[in-house]
Design a protein. Structure first.
Length: 507
């Protein structure tokens, strides 16, 4: 009976060893990270991949995968990891040192990614602890597995299979322990906060603010349907009890406010339509919520703004930054530091416990979530996350409108068809919405009763539809008399333009 495995079997065994030791190492690193409150290796590597991805690729990914873009990225990271680990193990069948070097390199990559991650609340010792765990389990585990695989089997000894199994189970057990620790450590509660009633409630919704038309966007977007856009691979879980907002920079009296401090103040409630610069013509990256919070200007006044400042740089727990004109944060549009959304504390996805909401500016320059700092500064002295990636530093929301119904390629019956949608020109207001069919005369649509100039406005028009294929187009006019342009502009660098149209067929 032969005592050595075939070369093929030993190569496969070595590849499996690479996978097993690597997986256990990753899980150990993940478990430690979660226990110590730092970003784990997988998300940290993913975050670096997001940072390094060129803008066109990012836009293509958002376009192709939509809100699954982050899942696709994580799947990519994990697939690459599996291939790398198997390859490292495979090499280890013959070249043990090279394999251990490869594994060390992978741990090093994770370590650098973790060190560069801005959300490392637990600090350097915690990151180093997690890295050490990965080294021990990943590199140590691989060394152990490879040596049991290669141990020569002397005649008469028990089957080598037994020692291989023992080593494999040992490494697997460490991995399972890491995974279990990760699960059990959980995340800081992100709902503990209880929101007092606002001292100033929102104006009641006016009668006739919207129309009873199937498929027309409701005036207030339910939180569960509210769009979400951010660069975070993993929604930051912020512990509200220990969270502080700092107001720093060109101020007379820097402030440090806990969430409890903020909640002690009289809160106001406002309906505001938030809009993303990435919203394509006809897109749905906008929504209206009832926000509860404090006017940013009151806090800035308390801190005492110094001469020469023209911007506020906002910073998130996840390292995201944005720059907002100081003027916009201090005028009477009343930008908010929001703690609540639609009557409840902000959900984690929308910035718990604290975010900005600024009427009239695209979210990327004005709506920082998981907010930790407002630095009063000058545009000349800083850049922010998206301006570093080619987007404009100043980005007022562009006048726009959308057809919600009928949907694209709808099959309709001849006769009266209700065409309806929304139009927006935050802080200016919508004056008029017109619709035309097959490039005919523009027809005035009926407008919903205006809520305020900070929210979108519903419109509808009854179309006497005749058989055939038809193209409907919409355009809005704002209260300053500006007519929405037909010129098609892309979302970069400061928002799309053009008329939304929809093609339908009438039988
Ligand atoms: N921390 C952080 N805040 C952020 C972002 C982000 O990536 N990170 N994205 C901004 C963008 S581009 C928009 S449009 C709004 C979206 O807010 P929502 O996800 O609550 O709809 O949040 C803004 N705030
Ligand atoms: Mo955005």
């Amino acid at each position: 009976m032969t005592t050595t495995l075939s070369p093929r079997a030993s190569r496969l065994g070595a590849a499996a060893s690479g996978l097993l030791a690597g997986a256990a190492g990753v899980l150990a690193g993940e478990g430690f990270s979660r226990l110590l409150g730092v970003t784990g290796p997988v998300v940290a590597v993913g975050n670096r991949a997001v940072d390094l991805t060129p803008r066109p690729v990012k836009e293509w990914a958002i376009d192709t995968f939509g809100s699954s873009d982050k899942l696709v990225l994580l799947a990519g990271v994990l697939t690459t990891l599996v291939v790398a680990l198997a390859a490292i193990g495979w090499v280890g069948a013959r070249h043990r040192t090279a394999a251990l070097g490869g594994m060390t390199l992978l741990v090093g990559l994770a370590a650098v990614s973790m060190l560069l991650d801005p959300a490392q609340g637990g600090g350097l010792p915690a990151v180093l602890g997690a890295v050490l765990a990965m080294l021990l389990v990943g590199v140590g585990g691989l060394a152990w597995l490879l040596s049991t695989l290669r141990a020569p089997r002397a005649e008469g000894e028990g089957p080598r299979r037994r020692s291989v199994l023992a080593a494999a189970s040992g490494v697997a057990a460490v991995g399972v322990a890491g995974g279990t620790a990760r699960t059990l450590a959980g995340q800081p509660a992100s709902s503990g906060l209880s929101l007092p009633d606002p001292a100033q409630t929102a104006e009641p919704l006016p009668d006739g603010v919207s129309f009873d038309v199937d498929g027309l966007t409701p005036h207030v977007t339910p939180t569960a349907d509210f769009y979400r856009v951010d660069t975070a691979l993993e929604v930051p879980r912020v512990d509200a009890e220990n969270h502080v907002l700092r107001i720093t920079g060109m101020v007379d009296r820097p402030l440090e406010l806990t969430v409890a401090d903020l909640l002690d103040r009289p809160l106001v409630e406002r309906r505001i339509t938030l809009t993303c610069v990435s919203n394509e013509v006809g897109g749905d990256l906008l929504g209206t919520a009832t926000w509860i919070g404090l006017p940013v200007r009151e806090l800035l006044e308390e801190a005492g703004i110094q001469q020469g400042a023209d911007a506020v740089r906002s910073v998130s727990t996840d390292g995201y930054t944005a720059g907002t004109p100081l003027e916009v944060l201090t005028d009477d549009r009343e930008a908010l530091l929001a703690l609540g959304m639609n009557g409840a504390p902000l959900p984690p996805e929308h910035g718990y416990p604290l975010r900005m909401v600024t009427p009239g500016l695209y979210g990327y320059v004005s709506a920082t979530k998981w907010l930790t700092e407002l630095e009063v500064t000058r545009f000349a002295d800083f850049t922010a996350y998206w301006t570093d990636r080619g987007y404009a530093a100043k980005a007022p929301i562009k006048l726009s409108s959308r057809i919600d119904v009928p949907g694209s390629f709808a099959q309709l019956e001849a006769g009266d068809v209700t065409v309806a949608g929304v139009a927006w020109a935050q802080t200016v207001g919508i004056e008029r919405v017109e619709v035309r069919v097959d490039e005919g005369e523009w027809q005035d649509a009926e407008l919903g009763v205006e809520d305020s100039d900070q929210t979108w406005r519903a419109w509808r028009w009854v179309w006497p539809a005749e058989p055939g294929s038809h193209r409907l187009e919409v355009r809005a006019t704002d209260r300053a008399g500006k007519v929405q342009t037909s010129r098609r502009e892309p979302i970069a660098p400061d928002g799309s333009t053009g008329w939304h149209n929809t093609t339908v067929s009438v039988a």
